[in-house]
Design a protein around this ligand. Structure first.
Ligand code: TRP
Ligand code: SF4
Length: 523
């Protein structure tokens, strides 16, 4: 998520992940929150483009429509739950390090939108992280936490339906953090976050706490959960997805014979099975050794496979001899209790074969098997977590050009700014305009490089796509000049801030009724 992005790495060595160099992108949750090339996030980190799922999202948010929310990880299950009225959740967290600003508003809006779409909504104050990774005092944290919560409420978060909490006082989160921490070791944190021997233990604890935050909505039952954040938080999302599956009782895969394979070998087996008519005496009953011979002969084996993989697969097939080559769903015992594994075996319908640490089911689809495994796990006290999903928004450009940063007041608009100051900041902003009005009329403005246009698209135009498009078209068409454009934006921002601050004042009256302690009694 967006936040103070420019603090130097903390003295505890928490931000030692490799710094970006020209041709390398790194995602560092405690480093500089800028991304020079969003495309690299797709190629190098496997973040997917939001446009690919847009059609599956009922009535997508304007930030999605405008590509401000540009990417996602595994958002489909969330979109599908939304579509079908099934349970789903949204959760994000805020480090209370300063004033909430228009970058935080993006995330507030994302949480609120998912809540209105029917999701269980969670917002948390990452006070342990702020204290350990940023060294904020508890008094500072309390004050900022209050400000974040007021803006969230003012923007429309429904506290009766949703959940607000702070990390430090949520006992269930602490307990879950402890359990998840069992699945992660130091080497892993080192390679993900660049931690080293100097990193303090509390900083590491704040990482497992975040892992618990991310899984928390599923403590009362597994459900698709989306975590809206900035791409700097992606390392956390990936680790959380890993940990969520590592604590599962069972794993489900596909298999073709009794022996174990890796994914590449499985893909060879799948192809061999498809070609069974080419080599089997009885195509209804292909045998492993026949498939091994087919691989050896090699003629109709697609050449996309690695030779080593072919060799290892055919060796396994040979060893299996006359065993039938037959597709099945395999349910592996990962962390199950004996009672749970026994119950699973009993619950598998149809033909099955039981082994030491897995059961093969011949009449189940993979989805059936997943569902069954989850049910048995839950019946036996497991979590049954669905891997959490995420959506990523672009970082806003600062009004002075460069990045938006809390330590350069003129670069960002705080939600607490006096409307008059907000107005002045916009009037003083850098633009994508040309040197002279004449040139602007001739060549058009550069809306794509203009922080003022960004303000329209991310905030001021709100749900009005036509208005956002009008500003853009007029700008690049040379009909719009920067002076007037800024005046209009400044007025809109003035109105927004005035209105927002009125709503904050109203929300202040709700604060006492919230189950959230904003006066921590800690040292
Ligand atoms: N690390 C986040 C930040 O830097 C805050 C955070 C804590 C968070 N727990 C979370 C974000 C869970 C998303 C989900 O601001
Ligand atoms: Fe930016 Fe508006 Fe100038 Fe275009 S006209 S460059 S959008 S300030």
């Amino acid at each position: 998520m967006t936040r103070d992005s420019d603090e130097p790495p903390t003295a505890d060595g928490g931000s030692t992940a490799d710094r970006s160099t020209d041709d390398e992108v790194t995602l560092d949750p405690w480093g500089s929150a800028t991304v020079d090339d969003y495309r690299k996030l797709f190629d190098e980190f496997g973040i997917e483009e939001i446009d690919d799922v847009l059609g599956e999202i009922p009535d997508p948010h304007y930030l999605m429509r405008r590509g401000v929310i540009f990417g996602h990880r595994d958002y489909r299950p969330v979109a599908q739950a939304m579509h079908e009225g099934d349970p789903f959740a949204v959760l994000s967290g805020f480090m209370p390090t300063g004033d909430p600003h228009v970058g935080h508003k993006l995330v507030f809006d994302e949480i609120i939108w998912h809540q209105r779409q029917g999701g269980d909504a969670y917002a948390l104050i990452a006070d342990l992280e702020a204290h350990s990774a940023r060294g904020l005092s508890w008094d500072e944290i309390d004050e900022h936490a209050r400000d974040y919560v007021l803006s969230l409420l003012a923007l429309g978060f429904d506290p009766d339906e949703g959940t607000l909490y702070r990390q430090s006082t949520n006992r269930e989160v602490q307990d879950l953090a402890f359990e998840l921490g069992i699945e992660a070791n130091f080497s892993e944190l080192q390679s993900i976050y660049g931690f080293d021997g100097e990193t303090d233990v509390s900083h590491m604890q704040s990482v497992v706490t975040q892992m618990a935050d991310i899984c928390y909505p599923q403590l009362d039952g597994p459900k698709p959960t989306v975590i809206p954040v900035g791409p700097d938080q992606d390392p956390h999302v990936r680790l959380a997805r890993d940990l969520a599956s590592r604590v599962r009782f069972f794993g489900v895969t596909e298999a073709y014979a009794s022996f174990e394979t890796d994914d590449e070998e499985r893909s060879v087996l799948e192809t061999a099975y498809e070609h069974r008519a080419d080599y089997a005496d009885d195509p209804h009953d292909p045998r492993c050794e026949e498939a091994a011979r087919w691989i050896h002969d090699g003629e109709s084996v697609p050449d996309r496979f690695d030779n080593d993989v072919l060799v290892s697969t055919s060796r396994k097939l040979e060893n299996a001899g006359m065993e039938p080559l037959r597709p099945r769903v395999r349910i592996l015992d990962r962390n199950a209790t004996e009672a749970a594994f026994d119950a699973l075996i009993r619950a598998v319908d149809g033909e099955k074969r039981v082994y030491e640490a897995h059961v093969d089911a011949f009449d189940l689809t993979r989805d059936d098997a997943e569902e069954l495994a989850r049910e048995v796990e839950i019946d036996h006290g497991g979590y049954g977590f669905v891997p959490p999903s995420s959506i990523y928004h672009r970082f806003m450009t600062g009004l002075t050009g460069g990045k938006m940063s809390s330590s350069i007041p003129a670069s960002h608009v705080s939600l607490l700014d006096d409307p008059e100051d907000g107005y002045e900041k916009v009037k003083a902003a850098t633009t994508g305009g040309r040197e002279t009005a004449e040139e602007q009329r001739e060549l058009g403005g550069r809306a794509d490089e203009c922080p003022v246009y960004e303000l329209y698209a991310y905030l001021l135009a709100a749900d009005d796509d036509e208005f956002a498009k009008k500003v853009y078209d007029e700008c690049v068409g040379g009909e719009r000049l920067c002076g007037d454009c800024k005046e209009q934006a400044a007025n809109l921002l003035y109105e927004f801030l005035e209105d927002h601050q009125e709503k904050r004042a109203e929300a202040a009256e709700l604060l006492d009724d919230l189950d959230l302690d904003l006066d921590s009694d800690r040292r």
